[in-house]
Structures are given as C-alpha cells and as structure tokens.
Design a protein around this ligand. Structure first.
Ligand code: GDP
Ligand code: MG
Length: 370
C-alpha cells in the first residue's frame, strides 16, 4: 500500500504517464511507467501537479457510503416490486401490457405512457405494484449475479396450451436461487386447447406446488389478450406482498438500483432507477456504479417531471456524467467531492481488474495509455 506504479499514479491524477515520468526526472528519480515508486515520492509528484495527496484504501472510500440499518419505527410499507418471467411466446409482454392498463390513473390524461424499464400501477384499492419491464430481464439476471436483488416477487408466465418449457424451468431456478417467491400466471386460458391442470401438474416436477395441488405457491388463470384474471393476479401479488411485510424508510438519502441506462441524443446519459430505500430528489448528488451525477430532472413512467421518488418507485434520472450499467447500485452522497472520489476510485479499480484479467497484455495496455 505504500507504493504505487507510475502508470497508476498518472491515472489517478488523470494525466499522461509520460508527464509523470518527466516530473520524476526533475526530482532525480528515473522510473518507467510500470515501475513502482514509494509513497513519499508519489506525494511529491502529486503536489507538483497541484493536487492534494491523500492515501486512500477501499475501506476509506466505500465506508459509510450506504447508511446503516433503519429502526423499526422508521419503516413504512412499500409497494412490491415484481418481475415477469417465463418461456418465449408464453405472453410476458402481453401480460405486462395488460397489467399496465389496469392502472386507475391510466384513464386520466397521461397514464403510463413511457417505457422506462419499469412502471407502477395504482389499483382501485389505492394499493400500488411496481413492475420491472426490461427486455430479456437482463437487469434481473445481471443483478442476481452481483448478489443484489431488486425483485420481491416473480410472476412466472406459463401458457396453458403449451405448459412448462426450458425457459420456464430457468426462471424457476433463478427465482429459487434468489429466494424470491413465485406466483404462477397460467396464461392463454381463452384458448380452446388450454389445459391449466396440466400446467399445475407439470410444475410439481420443478418444486412449484400450487395451492390446488396441496402446496403454498399461488397460481392464477389469466388471459392477457382478453384481460381476464388480472384483478385476481394483482390480488395474489398483494397477498404475497403482505406475507413478505415489505417495508422501507423513506426519510433518508435515496438508495437503489439501476434498471436500465443509455446514452440518449440531446439528453445525455439517462438511467431508469428503482428507489429501494430513502428518497431521491432533484438536485441530489449521487453515485451509480462507477459513475456519478447531480439529479437534473426526474421523470416518472407517465412522462411527468417529478421532484422526488420514494421506495419502490421507478424513475428516470437525468444528470449523470457517464452511463452506468443495469444492476449497478446508486446511492445519494453528501457532496460532489465525495461523488467524484468514489467514482474515480471505482473506475480505477475496474481498470486494475481489467489489466489483471488481461495478464500478459498488461504492459501493452499500460504503454498504450501513455
Ligand atoms: P413473450 O414472448 O412471452 O413476451 O410473449 P408475447 O406477449 O409476445 O406473446 C406471444 C404470442 O402469444 C403473441 O402472439 C400474443 O398475441 C399471444 N398471446 C399472449 N397472451 C395471450 C393470451 O392470453 N391468449 C391468447 N390467445 N394469445 C396470447
Ligand atoms: Mg416479450
């Protein structure tokens, strides 16, 4: 820890390696880009470049980034976050579209118009459900691989005229590995050859035991096309949510996950985030993965600009400096300096990992950056 390569030092100061080599020569130290210099020498160089030297370790930078646990009395109920999974053509997209239309605000001006990767439905009962609407569910699998789970409940869509297929089994395995409860939506029940009993029977082989078969997993017969059974499906979601006792503290700096992110012409980097804890507000400074930003605007799934978003609310965020990845965690920080520090630290770590992974190619990589 008390030494650093010339190349690494140059990267941290965002200057060319050759400039650092030159600067070292001035103080009588001959070193190439891959050579290590001691901390004292590094500090001299850093000051030479007009920076303030600060030796940081991972724990320094990352510590306290995410706030501590909440007290029980700070927690308030939050909407369940639901992901729809299942075999291709079994009706995931159709079901998400149909569920989107059950939104009671939908009849009024606006309604859920934006495809931002997630949307929240308000039911006549005033309850809300958040649906993740990401193509291929990249976010879900990606996040799982990083150990983070945004989804509270998986809706497993199985077509009643086709039954359990290999992507059905994959979805079951994902959900079970993540410890997320499954609600089965037996779809296409309007079809003359629909056989919901066969679906329930076959699911037994994969450890999904629905109530009709003496188990505890919820299953609902639906038709996404005819918009039948959707209220029952939503009831089942709310019932499952009640069992899960989903709660979060809205009165703290916002934290959550990136659902989707892209660079848009004229808008810059745009990320859809799901707030999981606290409240994200306009003007907040935040870190998302190895990127940072200041919230310039928040836009909800109705295309409306909003001032803030609380737990389980999906919202589009403008104001990032770069484009984060789906599955990245975001967290609001105290100030810009902190945000920059974390972002630079993580970018540096990523570079180091890439260099380490590339093995013998590392020298060329180092040199190519000079
Ligand atoms: P995905 O691949 O799982 O997203 O499936 P889609 O939503 O794209 O649906 C695949 C096909 O099944 C489309 O032709 C839909 O119109 C049809 N489909 C979806 N839901 C239903 C349903 O409830 N009943 C019937 N009859 N067809 C459906
Ligand atoms: Mg689809």
């Amino acid at each position: 820890p008390d030494a650093i390569t010339v190349g690494e030092l140059a990267q941290r100061m965002a200057v060319r390696g050759a400039e650092v080599v030159k600067s070292l020569m001035k103080i009588g130290t001959m070193a190439t880009i891959n050579q290590t210099i001691d901390a004292e020498t590094a500090e001299l160089i850093v000051e030479e470049f007009g920076h303030k030297a600060k030796r940081v370790s991972e724990s320094d930078v990352e510590e306290g980034l995410k706030g501590g646990p909440d007290r029980e009395e700070e927690l308030q109920p939050r909407a369940p976050v639901v992901t729809v999974m299942g075999h291709v053509d079994h009706g995931k997209t159709s079901l998400l579209d149909a569920l989107r239309k059950t939104d009671v605000v939908g009849g009024e001006a606006g309604g859920i118009t934006q495809h931002i990767g997630a949307y929240q439905v308000k039911l006549p009962s005033d309850n809300r459900i958040t649906f993740i609407d990401t193509p291929g569910h990249a976010a879900f699998t990606e996040m799982r691989s990083r150990g983070a789970t945004v989804t509270d409940i998986v809706i497993l869509v199985v077509a009643a005229d086709d039954s359990v297929m290999n992507q059905t089994v994959e979805a079951i395995n994902h959900a079970k590995a993540a410890g997320v409860p499954i609600i089965v939506a037996i779809n296409k029940c309007d079809k003359p050859d629909a056989n919901p009993d066969r679906v329930r029977q076959e699911l037994l082989n994969y450890g999904v035991i629905v109530e009709e078969m003496g188990g505890e997993d919820l299953a609902v017969e639906v038709s996404a096309i005819n918009r039948e059974g959707l209220d029952k499906l939503e009831e089942a979601i709310l019932l499952q949510a009640e069992i899960l006792e989903l709660k979060a503290n809205p009165d703290r700096p916002g934290e959550g996950s990136v659902i989707e992110a892209k660079l848009e012409k004229g808008r810059g980097p745009v990320a859809t985030v799901l707030v999981q804890r606290g409240t994200l507000r306009q003007g907040d400074i935040f870190v998302a993965g190895s990127e940072w930003g200041r919230v310039r605007a928040l836009i909800n799934d109705r295309g409306e600009q909003v001032k803030e978003a609380g737990p389980s609310e999906p919202v589009e965020v403008l104001g990032l400096q770069g484009t984060p990845k789906a599955g990245d965690e975001f967290v609001v920080v105290e100030n810009e300096q902190r945000a920059r520090e974390i972002s630079e630290f993580r970018q540096e770590q990523r570079r180091q990992k890439e260099i380490a992974a590339s093995g013998r190619g590392s020298l060329e990589q180092m040199l190519s950056r000079i």
